[in-house]
Design a protein around this ligand. Structure first.
Ligand SMILES: C[S@@+](CC[C@H](N)C(=O)[O-])C[C@H]1O[C@@H](n2cnc3c(N)ncnc32)[C@H](O)[C@@H]1O
Length: 190
């Protein structure tokens, strides 16, 4: 497994089942969206956000080629709006921060919108659900955003959220890594 994205996919494959509802907060080229659309099956639903029309178009083409476009609601909106636009609880939310691969590197995710988006993701996450965040400390601007996200994640209440950092040890420490936040299952539900 090379890099954090395959690791995030491994976790999604464990958790997301047919009929589930999930969010891709940064659809980009649509690779994560496609996996989610496959996992939720015919009866599930994916909401996918991006602020760039180029990203939404690439994602639509990828889904269309796979015959899965009808399971995905593509939203040309910032992910900071996700808690108001996604109408139900979801079992997974994925963020892949940074710039659009093959796109304009000046357009990156920004702490000012990433933080409210992460808060919104926790609001719509069902108990036991996963929030996955791939951070890029080695990118211009990504270092500042990574610090902000780490500070936010570290401060989450350990009774309510299980927070993990998953990064490869035998690579440069500015390499991307993945954060996992699982919403705890309350005792009433257990
Ligand atoms: C690293 S890419 C995502 C890669 C994608 N998950 C894939 O599988 O190809 C990051 C994306 O975040 C998008 N983005 C930046 N700010 C955003 C925001 N406020 N809301 C939603 N998407 C945003 C960028 O346009 C870019 O396409």
């Amino acid at each position: 497994m090379r890099g954090p994205v395959p690791l995030a996919h491994l976790l999604l494959r464990q958790v997301v089942k047919a009929g589930d509802r999930v969010v891709d907060a940064t659809c980009g080229n649509g690779k994560d969206t496609l996996l989610l659309a496959e996992l939720v099956g015919e009866t599930g639903q994916v909401w996918a956000f991006d602020i760039q029309s180029e990203a939404l178009e690439r994602t639509h083409q990828r889904l269309d080629a796979a015959g899965l476009a009808d399971r995905v609601t593509l939203l040309a909106c910032g992910h900071e709006t996700l808690a108001t636009l996604v109408p139900s609880l979801v079992c997974a939310v994925i963020f892949n921060l940074g710039w659009l691969p093959g796109g304009d590197r000046a357009i990156i995710t920004e702490p000012a919108t990433t933080l409210p988006a992460l808060e919104g993701a926790l609001q719509i996450l069902d108990e036991g659900g996963l929030l996955l965040i791939t951070c890029y400390p080695g990118h211009a601007g990504g270092d500042r955003e990574t610090e902000t996200v780490l500070t936010w994640a570290t401060a989450l209440d350990a009774q309510r959220f299980h927070v993990w950092r998953m990064g490869q040890l035998n690579v440069d420490q500015s390499a991307p890594f993945c954060l996992l936040v699982q919403k705890a299952i309350s005792r009433h539900a257990a």
